[in-house]
Write a protein that binds this ligand. Sequence first.
Ligand code: BDP
Length: 696
Amino acid sequence: EDGYALWLRYAAPDAGAAGPSATRVTQLVVAGSPGVPSATREELQRGLAGLQGGAPANGDAVTRAGALLVGTPAASPQIARLGLDLDGLGGEGYRIRSAVVDGHATTVVAANEDIGALYGAFHLLRLLQTGQPLDGLDIREAPRLAVRMLNHWDNLDRYVERGYAGQSIWDWHRLPGWLDPRYTDYARANASIGINGTVLNNVNANADVLTPMYLDKVAAIAGVMRPYGIKVYLSARFSAPMEIGGLDTADPADADVQRWWRTKADEVYALIPDFGGFLVKANSEGQPGPQDYGRSHADGANMLADAVAPHGGIVMWRAFVYSDEEPVDRAKQAYNEFVPLDGTFHDNVLVQVKNGPIDFQPREPFHPLFGGMPKTPLMMEFQITKEYLGFSTHLAYKAPLYEEVLDADTHVQGPGSTVARVIDGSLDGHALTGIAGVANIGSDRNWSGSHFDQANWYAFGRLAWNSDLSSRDIAVEWTRMTFSNDPAVVEPVVGMMMASREAVVDYTGALGLHHVMGRGHHYGPGPWVEGGPRADWTSVYFHRADGNGIGFDRTRRGSDAVSQYAAPVAEVFDDVTRTPEEFLLWFHHVPWSHPMRSGRPLWDELVLRYDRGVETVRGMRETWAGLDGRIDAGRHAQVAAFLAIQQDEAQWWRDASIAYFQSISGRPLPAGVAPPPHPLEHYKALEFPHAPGDTQ
Ligand code: BDP
């Protein structure tokens, strides 16, 4: 076991443990011809062979009890005769039914389109892998969101920005001649969780990817993805018409520029008829964009949207923007720039918004753009890679973070106006909907750099399919498929996962602290970071600690960021007594003595949270040590080693942060709390010039 198989191990039941389902499939009938149905048949054969210790017979029609029948009514007369109601399932939905087919007890996976049948097949394999019985099934599933995609921040030289799992999996040099089998396994894994799109290259884009040489390579990847229902997309560099097109402007109002993009889109679609479209980062962190020509984000997005529209393509325009001028409060910027443009984007544009207003911190309140642009379909952007949560060595299961944001209530149309309902279009009546996760995938054998980081990829896909799933249920599912169905493994592992993200919040800075990490690489603590090119790239800008207190005043008396939320939410965040404590220092500057709900002063509470975080990691490590012998030695050893690293680094975060904040608060540590072993200068002097994933 080296982790390569991900959650698709299809392992036969371990002797003695409560294993996968005892139900046996005796015959496999997958209706349909090459393409998606072949991929479906191969996956079921592979899965059943592993789970049952031998593949069942293949057939064209059900002829015996215990058969599995998969397909569409159009491809299978037996499915058509069942007359199952498939209305409302769309192309990607499916039904799984226990039925009698021509006198034989059969499990039926039926869908309107082949891709729905593939998703249903993966669902069935999940049932078998997690030991569910196959009788009496009546399942109806359809995804809530239309576009469920990964964003790779992969450069063409295979360097992955904020990637901690080796190089890019896209081997541009050997493409298109060599199709690494890993591409197929990547497609299988994504299809198994319902992901239907992938942006191959970094949002900090290189225009070369749009040249004929690279487009041939992109087309080759698209060919591998197609049988798995995955569309390929590219990040487009806004200045590409100048860099590879020989024009002297990229002004979206310029007729030559518009023509260049239309011709480029035609060229792309001639090679890749099902190409998804473009993702764009513009006028942000030095990237070119329409504002360079005095045009708006909408002008830029609409020009590209018009180029791909004749082919059915879409444009995802990112709202993660930075103006050249330093804002009074960086948290307010995207809202200020985008809300005035609401209603001006063309129909095939999605505005892609990060989950919170700053940048993928271990905890942020939901982004105020959700609910703030009712006339524009907004797409969620989560980070799967752990830029701010300890890279790949720290165990942090991110599903609780995703769930917290999706469940957050914007109140824009009264209670129940959750972020999930903003992005699934139900609140404002949008049909074009989507979600993106910044991938944590690389060339490492185990794909994600650590075994537990696979769970974040898995959970992202599951929540993209159905935002109502609970992060705990997803953890259970993943653990059973990835490690074991043995309850003596599942319970402790799920316990570790569910505590892990809060532990990271605690040891990196709880109670609403944010952006307190090392400069540039974002590895380890850096609450002292100040100076440099922009104030809003420093830590002191965000925590604002001084002798009197700490926190960023975003109330009406401060930066007034609270007013970007709907009134009921704004009132809560504006009121120091009502703001949830996990966001206290995000919205308020309070004295060190501020009374907390625990009865302790803020300073004491903060210190105790640092200790609690370290303590949780120590407990996770102990739990994992107790699983020795229940989990294969290779994976057990790597996780154990990583947890040891995490414990050391949690301690480092705790010690350095306490040393720093104590130098400012001047307050004694609460009774019984150990002082940091070194003076502050020691922590400040630690340097990591080569931490992975930093911007090149
Ligand atoms: C930040 C990353 C940076 C990305 C940027 C973005 O530090 O590397 O380019 O976001 O999302 O989180 O564009």
